[in-house]
Design a protein around this ligand. Structure first.
Ligand SMILES: [Zn+2]
Length: 331
Protein backbone atom coordinates (compact mmCIF):
# COMPACT_ATOMS: atom_id res chain seq x y z
CA UNK A 1 0.00 0.00 0.00
CA UNK A 2 1.10 3.56 -0.76
CA UNK A 3 0.81 6.58 1.47
CA UNK A 4 -2.59 8.28 1.38
CA UNK A 5 -2.21 11.96 0.53
CA UNK A 6 -5.15 14.36 0.52
CA UNK A 7 -5.47 18.13 1.08
CA UNK A 8 -1.79 18.32 2.00
CA UNK A 9 -1.99 15.57 4.64
CA UNK A 10 -0.15 12.27 4.27
CA UNK A 11 -1.00 9.05 6.10
CA UNK A 12 1.27 6.00 5.97
CA UNK A 13 -0.20 2.49 5.53
CA UNK A 14 -1.73 1.22 8.78
CA UNK A 15 -2.20 4.74 10.19
CA UNK A 16 -5.07 7.09 11.00
CA UNK A 17 -5.08 10.90 11.00
CA UNK A 18 -7.54 13.49 12.26
CA UNK A 19 -7.05 16.89 10.66
CA UNK A 20 -8.83 20.13 9.77
CA UNK A 21 -9.02 21.47 6.22
CA UNK A 22 -9.43 25.28 5.99
CA UNK A 23 -12.46 26.06 3.83
CA UNK A 24 -13.90 29.51 4.62
CA UNK A 25 -13.03 32.83 6.26
CA UNK A 26 -15.59 34.86 8.21
CA UNK A 27 -15.77 38.64 8.65
CA UNK A 28 -13.61 38.66 11.79
CA UNK A 29 -10.95 36.50 10.17
CA UNK A 30 -12.09 33.28 11.79
CA UNK A 31 -11.17 30.37 9.54
CA UNK A 32 -13.87 27.70 9.21
CA UNK A 33 -12.35 24.26 8.67
CA UNK A 34 -13.76 20.92 7.62
CA UNK A 35 -12.89 18.10 10.04
CA UNK A 36 -11.21 15.27 8.14
CA UNK A 37 -10.53 11.67 9.17
CA UNK A 38 -8.13 9.70 6.99
CA UNK A 39 -7.54 5.98 7.56
CA UNK A 40 -5.03 4.22 5.36
CA UNK A 41 -5.15 0.43 5.21
CA UNK A 42 -2.41 -2.13 4.77
CA UNK A 43 -3.82 -4.00 1.77
CA UNK A 44 -5.19 -2.86 -1.59
CA UNK A 45 -8.88 -2.05 -1.66
CA UNK A 46 -11.30 0.72 -2.53
CA UNK A 47 -11.05 4.27 -1.25
CA UNK A 48 -14.38 5.25 0.27
CA UNK A 49 -15.59 8.77 1.00
CA UNK A 50 -17.99 9.05 3.94
CA UNK A 51 -19.66 12.40 4.58
CA UNK A 52 -22.13 13.43 7.30
CA UNK A 53 -23.60 16.57 8.77
CA UNK A 54 -23.98 18.66 5.61
CA UNK A 55 -27.14 19.81 7.37
CA UNK A 56 -26.34 21.19 10.82
CA UNK A 57 -29.23 19.63 12.75
CA UNK A 58 -28.42 16.09 11.63
CA UNK A 59 -26.30 15.09 14.59
CA UNK A 60 -27.15 11.37 14.42
CA UNK A 61 -25.24 11.24 11.14
CA UNK A 62 -22.12 12.74 12.75
CA UNK A 63 -22.34 10.38 15.71
CA UNK A 64 -22.81 7.21 13.70
CA UNK A 65 -20.02 7.75 11.16
CA UNK A 66 -17.46 8.68 13.81
CA UNK A 67 -18.54 5.74 15.94
CA UNK A 68 -18.23 3.34 13.01
CA UNK A 69 -14.78 4.64 12.06
CA UNK A 70 -13.54 4.45 15.66
CA UNK A 71 -13.96 0.66 15.49
CA UNK A 72 -11.69 0.30 12.45
CA UNK A 73 -8.19 -1.03 13.03
CA UNK A 74 -6.02 0.48 10.24
CA UNK A 75 -3.75 -2.59 10.48
CA UNK A 76 -6.73 -4.72 9.37
CA UNK A 77 -8.07 -2.34 6.73
CA UNK A 78 -8.01 -2.96 2.97
CA UNK A 79 -8.15 0.27 0.98
CA UNK A 80 -8.67 3.60 2.67
CA UNK A 81 -11.31 5.85 4.23
CA UNK A 82 -11.75 9.58 3.68
CA UNK A 83 -14.36 10.97 6.06
CA UNK A 84 -15.70 14.48 6.61
CA UNK A 85 -18.00 13.99 9.62
CA UNK A 86 -19.29 17.58 9.51
CA UNK A 87 -19.60 18.73 5.92
CA UNK A 88 -21.03 22.18 6.80
CA UNK A 89 -19.53 23.38 10.12
CA UNK A 90 -21.40 26.73 10.03
CA UNK A 91 -24.72 24.87 9.97
CA UNK A 92 -23.62 22.69 12.90
CA UNK A 93 -22.75 25.87 14.84
CA UNK A 94 -26.31 27.09 14.23
CA UNK A 95 -27.75 23.64 15.08
CA UNK A 96 -29.90 24.21 12.02
CA UNK A 97 -30.22 22.71 8.55
CA UNK A 98 -28.58 25.85 7.07
CA UNK A 99 -25.76 28.22 8.14
CA UNK A 100 -28.37 30.53 9.61
CA UNK A 101 -26.19 33.45 10.75
CA UNK A 102 -24.77 33.96 7.25
CA UNK A 103 -28.18 33.49 5.63
CA UNK A 104 -29.88 36.03 7.90
CA UNK A 105 -27.08 38.55 7.37
CA UNK A 106 -27.22 38.37 3.58
CA UNK A 107 -30.22 36.39 2.27
CA UNK A 108 -29.57 37.21 -1.38
CA UNK A 109 -25.84 36.50 -1.43
CA UNK A 110 -26.34 33.31 0.52
CA UNK A 111 -28.78 31.80 -1.97
CA UNK A 112 -28.28 28.96 -2.64
CA UNK A 113 -27.85 28.40 1.10
CA UNK A 114 -27.81 24.61 1.18
CA UNK A 115 -24.44 23.14 0.20
CA UNK A 116 -26.11 19.72 -0.32
CA UNK A 117 -27.87 21.07 -3.42
CA UNK A 118 -24.84 22.93 -4.90
CA UNK A 119 -22.62 20.16 -6.23
CA UNK A 120 -20.19 20.11 -7.93
CA UNK A 121 -19.84 23.53 -6.27
CA UNK A 122 -17.92 26.66 -7.22
CA UNK A 123 -14.66 27.70 -5.54
CA UNK A 124 -15.49 31.33 -6.43
CA UNK A 125 -19.12 31.15 -5.32
CA UNK A 126 -20.91 31.84 -2.05
CA UNK A 127 -20.46 29.87 1.19
CA UNK A 128 -22.59 26.90 0.12
CA UNK A 129 -20.90 26.67 -3.27
CA UNK A 130 -17.37 26.99 -1.84
CA UNK A 131 -18.10 24.23 0.70
CA UNK A 132 -19.55 22.00 -2.03
CA UNK A 133 -16.51 22.55 -4.26
CA UNK A 134 -14.12 21.74 -1.42
CA UNK A 135 -16.02 18.53 -0.61
CA UNK A 136 -16.35 17.56 -4.25
CA UNK A 137 -12.57 17.83 -4.66
CA UNK A 138 -12.19 15.15 -1.97
CA UNK A 139 -15.11 12.98 -3.12
CA UNK A 140 -13.76 12.73 -6.65
CA UNK A 141 -10.47 11.33 -5.36
CA UNK A 142 -12.37 8.32 -4.02
CA UNK A 143 -13.82 5.20 -5.68
CA UNK A 144 -17.21 5.15 -3.94
CA UNK A 145 -19.03 7.50 -1.56
CA UNK A 146 -21.72 7.57 1.11
CA UNK A 147 -23.57 10.72 2.24
CA UNK A 148 -25.21 10.29 5.65
CA UNK A 149 -28.19 12.40 6.75
CA UNK A 150 -30.92 12.61 9.33
CA UNK A 151 -34.22 14.25 8.41
CA UNK A 152 -34.25 17.90 9.31
CA UNK A 153 -35.67 18.92 12.72
CA UNK A 154 -39.26 17.73 13.08
CA UNK A 155 -38.88 14.54 11.06
CA UNK A 156 -37.91 10.94 11.68
CA UNK A 157 -36.96 8.37 9.01
CA UNK A 158 -36.61 4.62 9.12
CA UNK A 159 -32.97 3.81 8.20
CA UNK A 160 -33.26 4.27 4.44
CA UNK A 161 -30.91 4.33 1.45
CA UNK A 162 -32.00 6.76 -1.26
CA UNK A 163 -30.46 6.16 -4.67
CA UNK A 164 -29.47 8.57 -7.42
CA UNK A 165 -31.63 8.25 -10.56
CA UNK A 166 -31.09 4.76 -11.98
CA UNK A 167 -31.15 6.21 -15.49
CA UNK A 168 -27.62 7.51 -14.82
CA UNK A 169 -25.98 4.31 -16.03
CA UNK A 170 -23.37 1.94 -14.63
CA UNK A 171 -22.28 4.16 -11.74
CA UNK A 172 -25.91 4.45 -10.55
CA UNK A 173 -26.22 0.68 -10.81
CA UNK A 174 -23.12 0.36 -8.63
CA UNK A 175 -24.65 2.83 -6.15
CA UNK A 176 -27.65 0.50 -5.89
CA UNK A 177 -25.35 -2.45 -5.16
CA UNK A 178 -23.66 -0.38 -2.44
CA UNK A 179 -27.06 0.44 -0.93
CA UNK A 180 -27.79 -3.29 -0.66
CA UNK A 181 -24.41 -3.76 1.07
CA UNK A 182 -25.39 -1.07 3.64
CA UNK A 183 -28.35 -3.39 4.40
CA UNK A 184 -30.77 -1.03 6.14
CA UNK A 185 -33.79 -2.97 4.88
CA UNK A 186 -35.18 0.14 3.15
CA UNK A 187 -34.18 1.42 -0.30
CA UNK A 188 -35.82 4.08 -2.45
CA UNK A 189 -35.16 3.92 -6.17
CA UNK A 190 -36.95 7.11 -7.18
CA UNK A 191 -37.15 8.99 -10.45
CA UNK A 192 -38.33 12.41 -9.27
CA UNK A 193 -38.07 14.76 -6.33
CA UNK A 194 -35.21 16.48 -4.56
CA UNK A 195 -33.14 13.38 -3.83
CA UNK A 196 -32.50 12.72 -7.53
CA UNK A 197 -32.24 16.36 -8.63
CA UNK A 198 -29.24 17.97 -10.29
CA UNK A 199 -26.80 19.45 -7.79
CA UNK A 200 -27.49 16.92 -4.99
CA UNK A 201 -24.25 15.47 -3.57
CA UNK A 202 -24.89 11.82 -4.44
CA UNK A 203 -26.26 12.64 -7.89
CA UNK A 204 -23.25 14.70 -8.92
CA UNK A 205 -20.75 12.30 -7.34
CA UNK A 206 -22.34 9.41 -9.28
CA UNK A 207 -22.37 11.48 -12.47
CA UNK A 208 -18.64 12.19 -11.92
CA UNK A 209 -17.93 8.44 -11.73
CA UNK A 210 -18.00 7.97 -7.94
CA UNK A 211 -21.03 5.77 -7.15
CA UNK A 212 -22.83 7.33 -4.18
CA UNK A 213 -26.21 7.37 -2.44
CA UNK A 214 -27.92 9.16 0.43
CA UNK A 215 -28.46 7.40 3.76
CA UNK A 216 -31.15 8.93 5.99
CA UNK A 217 -31.71 7.71 9.54
CA UNK A 218 -33.46 8.78 12.72
CA UNK A 219 -34.67 12.17 13.86
CA UNK A 220 -33.30 15.66 13.25
CA UNK A 221 -32.22 17.90 16.10
CA UNK A 222 -31.69 15.19 18.70
CA UNK A 223 -29.34 12.31 19.28
CA UNK A 224 -30.99 8.90 19.46
CA UNK A 225 -28.53 6.19 20.46
CA UNK A 226 -30.70 3.37 19.08
CA UNK A 227 -30.55 4.95 15.64
CA UNK A 228 -26.83 5.68 16.08
CA UNK A 229 -26.29 2.00 16.90
CA UNK A 230 -28.26 0.88 13.84
CA UNK A 231 -26.52 3.39 11.57
CA UNK A 232 -23.08 2.36 12.84
CA UNK A 233 -23.93 -1.26 12.01
CA UNK A 234 -25.03 -0.25 8.52
CA UNK A 235 -21.79 1.65 7.78
CA UNK A 236 -19.77 -1.35 8.99
CA UNK A 237 -21.98 -3.60 6.81
CA UNK A 238 -20.99 -1.51 3.79
CA UNK A 239 -17.27 -1.66 4.60
CA UNK A 240 -17.53 -5.43 5.15
CA UNK A 241 -19.44 -5.80 1.90
CA UNK A 242 -16.58 -4.02 0.14
CA UNK A 243 -14.13 -6.46 1.82
CA UNK A 244 -12.42 -3.52 3.55
CA UNK A 245 -12.77 -4.77 7.13
CA UNK A 246 -13.22 -8.23 8.70
CA UNK A 247 -16.41 -9.31 10.41
CA UNK A 248 -19.88 -10.57 9.65
CA UNK A 249 -22.50 -8.37 8.01
CA UNK A 250 -25.88 -8.05 9.71
CA UNK A 251 -28.59 -8.56 7.08
CA UNK A 252 -32.17 -7.37 7.53
CA UNK A 253 -34.90 -10.04 7.32
CA UNK A 254 -36.55 -8.13 4.46
CA UNK A 255 -35.37 -5.33 2.17
CA UNK A 256 -38.18 -3.07 0.95
CA UNK A 257 -37.22 -1.55 -2.41
CA UNK A 258 -39.57 1.37 -3.06
CA UNK A 259 -40.04 3.35 -6.23
CA UNK A 260 -41.12 6.67 -4.77
CA UNK A 261 -42.00 8.80 -1.78
CA UNK A 262 -45.52 10.16 -1.33
CA UNK A 263 -45.55 13.17 0.98
CA UNK A 264 -48.85 13.91 2.73
CA UNK A 265 -49.62 17.46 3.85
CA UNK A 266 -52.04 18.93 6.37
CA UNK A 267 -55.21 20.63 5.12
CA UNK A 268 -55.76 22.25 8.53
CA UNK A 269 -53.49 23.69 11.20
CA UNK A 270 -53.43 22.29 14.70
CA UNK A 271 -51.97 19.72 17.06
CA UNK A 272 -50.72 16.62 15.25
CA UNK A 273 -51.37 13.14 16.68
CA UNK A 274 -49.72 10.37 14.64
CA UNK A 275 -51.33 6.96 15.02
CA UNK A 276 -49.17 4.61 12.98
CA UNK A 277 -45.73 3.28 13.86
CA UNK A 278 -42.66 4.23 11.84
CA UNK A 279 -41.99 1.45 9.33
CA UNK A 280 -45.54 0.09 9.43
CA UNK A 281 -47.30 -1.03 6.22
CA UNK A 282 -50.50 0.96 5.65
CA UNK A 283 -53.45 0.55 3.29
CA UNK A 284 -55.15 3.15 1.13
CA UNK A 285 -57.78 4.91 3.25
CA UNK A 286 -56.18 3.94 6.58
CA UNK A 287 -56.02 6.75 9.14
CA UNK A 288 -52.41 7.89 9.71
CA UNK A 289 -52.88 10.94 11.93
CA UNK A 290 -55.47 13.25 13.42
CA UNK A 291 -55.17 17.02 13.68
CA UNK A 292 -56.99 18.81 16.51
CA UNK A 293 -57.64 22.56 16.46
CA UNK A 294 -56.75 24.79 19.40
CA UNK A 295 -60.23 24.29 20.88
CA UNK A 296 -59.51 20.57 21.07
CA UNK A 297 -61.96 19.69 18.30
CA UNK A 298 -61.03 17.29 15.51
CA UNK A 299 -59.98 19.35 12.49
CA UNK A 300 -58.81 16.62 10.16
CA UNK A 301 -58.29 12.90 9.81
CA UNK A 302 -55.28 12.28 7.57
CA UNK A 303 -55.84 9.14 5.49
CA UNK A 304 -53.30 7.21 3.43
CA UNK A 305 -53.86 8.13 -0.25
CA UNK A 306 -52.18 4.89 -1.42
CA UNK A 307 -50.96 1.58 -0.04
CA UNK A 308 -47.43 2.06 1.25
CA UNK A 309 -44.88 1.95 4.03
CA UNK A 310 -44.80 4.67 6.68
CA UNK A 311 -41.13 5.66 6.25
CA UNK A 312 -41.01 9.22 7.57
CA UNK A 313 -42.93 10.66 10.50
CA UNK A 314 -43.40 14.29 11.46
CA UNK A 315 -42.29 14.69 15.07
CA UNK A 316 -43.36 18.32 15.47
CA UNK A 317 -46.27 18.71 17.87
CA UNK A 318 -48.12 21.17 15.67
CA UNK A 319 -48.54 21.70 11.95
CA UNK A 320 -49.78 24.55 9.79
CA UNK A 321 -51.87 24.00 6.71
CA UNK A 322 -49.59 22.71 3.95
CA UNK A 323 -46.94 21.21 6.23
CA UNK A 324 -45.97 17.60 5.75
CA UNK A 325 -47.47 15.22 8.30
CA UNK A 326 -46.29 11.86 6.95
CA UNK A 327 -44.36 10.30 4.08
CA UNK A 328 -45.14 6.91 2.59
CA UNK A 329 -42.77 4.84 0.51
CA UNK A 330 -44.60 3.11 -2.34
CA UNK A 331 -43.57 -0.22 -3.83
ZN1 LIG B 1 -29.85 16.27 5.35
Amino acid sequence: MDDLTLEGFTVAPGQRLKARVPALELADGTVISLPLILINGVRPGPRIYIGAGIHGDEVNSVALVTRALATIDPAQLAGSVVCVPVQQPLALQADHRLPLAQYLKSPLDQVPADAWTCFPGDANGNIAQVIAAKLFGMITQCDVALDVHTPTRGGKYVPIAILPHHGMGAHAKRAEELAHLLATGWIVRGERGMYVSEGILCVEATRAGVPCFTFEIGEGGRLDMDFVETGTQCVLNLLRGLDMIPGVRVEPAVTHVMRDFVGIRASHGGVLVTEVKLGQAVSRGQRLCRIFDVFGDLAEEVLAPVDGLFVRATTLGTVSRGERVATLGVL
